[in-house]
Write a protein that binds this ligand. Structure first.
Ligand code: 0RA
Length: 660
């Protein structure tokens, strides 16, 4: 290839070869990060982001996604339509150029802000290269155009198909190449829903929809308020200090700053910073500017209005952000994403821009809403006081050596192995089941911590109250990770923390309270996949000759009975269809376990603790935002919501699947 460059005689078609898509197929990971689930879904983002850009620029009003039965996906917008005129450099139409030449997309950037992330924005041509088939349809001036590709190469050149009554727009259909995406080429409906929901929040007034032809599921989003609606939704299930949401949208130089915020009465801070519609979980300059301005404006207001006395210290940023829900969205022409995972915005000017907009408009907001301002300041003052009390309480407990893990809780029956990777901590409901677990366990790797009665609901508890609760202190001590600002995951003494409670409403409640504690105060432990729910059997089926079977669900019990009947029949036994199923199956007894306490140590070991037999459910947080909403609903004020959840879903432990 370098020879061709040196020959000095290349024309347009050769340029295309040089900038062609072969490198993308050779090293897909370099262009889309992974060739697994994430990579496949990244393709959707690459295509749909362009349509969203067209909406941000003010030319499209809707973006519709259709997951096809045959493995493809179609993204349609009602924007201007990708231009179809000849591109001077390639001799191809602009549409074909955008889809076959690497990095060509940017050159066609429309008016307004080009909000492609700059990082992932490698464009539609990459998707084309990694698809067995791609079909692009464009409507301009009432004419429908169409072009078709296979693995990035044109197989049906651009052709005018005919007239249509759609005015303008772009529609792209593609099929991920299974020889590239070896793990999976299945699109996940939930991923698309989540992506579109966020894009709709971040682009006010855009209508988005997804339709799944495989399952007939469909969903649509439209948020008139944009990030205001986002904040409102993040606070659902929480008591807000005022319905009035602070909102500002201002251009600064060639950038745009948009902020929405609202306080709730919890202790959790939830600030979501975005740059060009990309979430930046590690923050960056926009977040720094926001925090600095918020802290300064509130302290200034508090001083000016004598809410903060002369001799009192300034409120800290942490105090001020307790119970704060905020979304910060900046748009800028050339975003720099930094850090190991590129999750942090680096552009230095954004700090100033956000600070400037926030300072000016949030000051107005406080002046105009003195009742809200007073509540916000008082809340921060309370937080400051509580923080001092919590620190004193913790220091006191640490002085007594109670949290350091050297001094293990009296109730803990530890295991003998000190290799955390193989160690398990069973948190067991009740002393009697705790006793059976202790006798039945493998004491080399399994430790037992019995908990008595109800666990404190930590959704609304501050550190000082938590540290006054013996069960919680035992748990923290036993785990060896500390709490609050002394939390350190490297101290974790067991890589599996297994919650073992009765299979009834109370047991589910205790499990939920424990999960709340882990999610709110030891999130890293949950994220590390260390939390599990043990699933004790629901039934014991007994037959003559000391034969027995355990069933872990009603369905499993019914299947077992059918299998036993079938087996007897094929062994030639006479089966009377008028008999009860139990009798037909040759069973003497079906026992329903009401609690762990009904099992003796051997049974508990056999059914719920022995690694080869037991059923464990790993607790996952795939989407922290949704999990947060669920815990707020669950553990907040609304008792009816909580009851129905506990009865139906707590044992499933997949926060992502729940509807909130
Ligand atoms: C640049 C110029 C024009 C349209 C677009 C980009 C465009 C790109 C995409 C990608 C997906 N949907 C899109 N819609 C529009 C048209 C400029 C003009 O018509 O004058």
């Amino acid at each position: 290839m370098s020879n061709q460059i040196n020959s000095g005689s290349y024309d347009g078609s050769q340029i295309q070869v040089l900038e062609g898509l072969e490198p993308v197929r050779k090293r897909p990971g370099m262009y889309i990060g992974s060739t697994g689930y994430d990579g496949v879904h990244h393709l959707i983002k690459e295509i749909a982001d362009n349509s969203i850009d067209e909406a941000i620029a003010g030319f499209a009003t809707r973006v519709d996604v259709k997951i096809l039965k045959d493995g493809g996906i179609t993204v349609t917008d009602d924007g201007r339509g990708i231009p179809v005129d000849k591109h001077p450099k390639t001799g191809l139409s602009a549409l074909e150029t955008v889809l076959t030449v690497l990095h060509a997309g940017g050159k066609f950037g429309g008016g307004g802000y080009k909000v492609s992330s700059g990082l992932h924005g490698v464009g539609s041509s990459v998707v084309n290269a990694l698809s067995t088939k791609m079909i692009a349809e464009v409507v301009r001036d009432g004419q429908l155009y169409r072009v078709e590709f296979e693995r990035g190469k044109i197989v049906q050149p651009l052709k005018k198909i005919g007239k249509t009554n759609r005015v303008t727009g772009t529609s792209i259909t593609f099929y991920p190449d299974p020889t590239i995406f070896k793990e999976t080429v299945d699109f996940d409906y939930k991923w698309v829903v989540n992506y579109l929901r966020h894009q709709s929040y971040l682009t006010k007034g855009v209508f988005t929809s997804v339709q799944d032809e495989r399952t007939q599921e469909r969903q649509a989003f439209y948020f008139e308020g944009g990030i205001r609606s986002y904040v409102k939704n993040l606070n659902i299930g929480k008591d807000v200090i005022s319905e009035n949401i602070f909102y500002v949208e201002r251009p600064v130089e060639d950038c745009m700053v948009e902020i929405a915020l609202q306080y709730n009465d919890t202790y959790t801070e939830m600030v979501k910073p975005f740059a060009n519609n990309v979430l930046t979980p590690d923050g960056g300059t926009h977040l720094v500017g926001f925090k600095a301005a918020l802290t300064r404006v509130i302290n200034d207001y508090a001083r000016k209005n004598n809410l903060l006395k002369e001799k009192e210290d300034n409120l800290t940023g942490d105090d001020i952000r307790e119970g704060l829900t905020a979304v910060i969205l900046v748009k800028l022409p050339d975003p720099q994403f930094e850090g190991q995972t590129k999750n942090k915005l680096g552009n230095p000017e954004m700090r100033r821009y956000v600070d400037q907009v926030m300072s000016e408009y949030f000051s107005y907001y406080l002046e105009e809403n003195p009742a809200i301002a007073k509540k916000v300041v008082n809340k921060a003052l309370l937080a400051a006081r509580a923080r001092r009390a919590a620190r004193a309480a913790r220091d006191n407990i640490i002085r007594k050596g109670a949290l350091d893990g050297l001094n293990l809780p009296g109730k803990l029956a530890d295991c003998s192995s000190k290799d955390a990777k193989e160690c398990e901590l069973y948190i067991v409901e009740g002393d009697s089941a705790g006793g059976s677990a202790k006798s039945g366990r493998d004491s080399r790797t399994q430790a037992i911590l019995p908990l008595r009665g109800k666990v404190l609901n930590t959704e609304r508890a501050r550190l000082d109250r938590m540290l006054a609760n013996n069960e919680i202190v035992s748990l923290i001590k036993g785990m060896g990770v500390g709490i609050g600002d002394t939390f350190d995951i490297s101290g974790l003494r067991y890589h599996r923390i297994i919650i073992m409670t009765d299979a009834d409403v109370d047991g589910s409640h205790i499990a939920t309270l424990l999960m709340t504690f882990f999610f709110r105060h030891m999130k890293e432990v949950v994220e590390g996949g260390h939390i599990y729910l043990a699933k004790p059997p629901l039934y014991l089926l007994k037959a003559t000759g000391n034969k027995k079977w355990y069933a872990y669900s009603d369905e499993e019990k019914d299947n077992m009975i059918s299998e036993l009947i079938e087996k007897r029949r094929s062994n030639g036994a006479k089966i009377n269809p008028d008999d009860s199923p139990m009798k037909q199956a040759g069973l003497n007894d079906i026992q329903r376990y009401k609690g762990l306490g009904e099992m003796d140590a051997d049974q508990l070991w056999e059914t719920t603790m022995k690694p080869e037999n037991r059923v464990l459910i790993q607790v996952k947080v795939e989407d922290a935002e949704r999990a947060d909403a669920i815990f707020s609903k669950l553990m907040g004020d609304e008792v009816s919501l909580r009851k129905s959840f506990i009865q139906t879903r707590a044992k499933d432990a997949n926060f992502d699947e729940l509807d909130v």
